[in-house]
Write a new protein. Structure first.
Length: 226
């Protein structure tokens, strides 16, 4: 079959739909056949990434996501996108499972920030992403200072992430206030795809989901529509 892009989603389902909508709206196309031929796995049964990282049960997640690669490895894909920042804690392990190259959402997002001239970034993310240190690890390699919210603010971010998952709510004034406060002296990265689903107005953040979308479009040989 002539699939080009594999998407491993379901983490969560709303974020996956936001990612796919971004692909459709930002791929230059004049007819159906000009769009990226994609296969979307909305794998909602994948274990909570923050929970398995906290509990040291990484194999529980890896065993389940291997099911996705068992399906995708039979296709001649140009790239795979996984619209979940926290899952990139397992990037090396999942890339080893895949025949196709996986776009590294975290590395590409920080490289984009660097290209914008950023020296310091503030990362709003899930507890799993924050505690794993993946943004700090990749940021250090790029010479970026990576800042995470203080504990009280991190709890707020995590609570709002789960409200998106549980209630489908997408507007939170306190998250917008938090973005405004950190944008005073740093670039703010939305590093959880539930944050990408939130209504933040025209605040000039770096959205990791959009960076992933742009890289997926380019990997499939398409032109990006801004």
């Amino acid at each position: 079959m002539d699939y080009e892009l594999g998407i491993i989603g379901g983490m969560g389902p709303l974020a996956t739909s936001v990612f796919f909508e971004y692909l459709v709206k930002h791929t230059r196309a004049h007819r159906d056949q000009d769009h990226i031929n994609s296969i979307v796995l909305n794998h909602t049964f994948l274990p909570d990434r923050s929970q398995v990282i906290k509990e040291g049960k990484e194999e529980v997640f890896l065993d389940r996501i291997k099911e996705d690669f068992d399906l995708l490895n039979g296709l001649d894909l140009k790239a795979i996108a996984i619209p979940c920042n926290t899952s990139h804690y397992f990037f090396d392990q999942v890339q080893a499972m895949s025949r196709a190259p996986i776009i590294n959402m975290v590395e590409e997002t920080l490289a984009y920030a660097k290209a914008l001239g950023a020296r310091q970034v503030t990362v709003l993310a899930s507890d799993g992403t924050a505690q794993s240190g993946i943004y700090k690890t990749y940021g250090q390699a790029l010479g970026l200072e990576v800042r995470m919210p203080e504990a009280r603010e991190q709890k707020l971010v995590m609570d709002r992430i789960y409200q998106v998952k549980e209630e489908g709510k997408t507007f939170f004034a306190d998250i917008n206030d938090l973005i405004d406060r950190y944008q005073v002296d740093s670039e703010v990265i939305l590093a959880c795809t539930e944050l990408s689903a939130m209504e933040i107005g025209n605040r000039p953040v770096i959205d990791a989901l959009k960076v992933l979308g742009n890289q997926a479009i380019k990997a499939c040989g398409r032109e990006i529509v801004e």
